[in-house]
Design a protein around this ligand. Structure first.
Ligand SMILES: [Zn+2]
Length: 83
């Protein structure tokens, strides 16, 4: 597979229990659905043993509601609200 950004061949590299294709020029990564699932599971396992200040990623199912839009930061000045 080639990088859609620069056309360079992507390099396969193992990441935890998954296999990820990386652009050698740093434009991005590609991973198939099974690899994404493996990474999410590894992330959840990490949080399970990391302590009280982390939380595992929620499991996404077809009936999961989309996340609410991020709250807009309050304007620092009235002029800022005009643009
Ligand atoms: Zn690239």
């Amino acid at each position: 597979m080639n990088c859609p950004e620069c056309g360079t061949g992507m390099v396969e590299s193992p990441v935890a229990a998954a296999s990820v294709l990386r652009c050698p020029d740093g434009h991005g990564v590609y991973l198939d659905r099974a690899s994404l699932g493996a990474l999410v599971e590894a992330e959840s396992d990490w949080h399970r043993f990391a302590g009280q200040h982390t939380a595992p990623m929620p499991r996404i199912t077809p009936d999961t509601a989309p996340a609410p839009p991020p709250a807009k930061a309050p304007a620092r000045a009235w002029v800022e609200t005009l643009f």
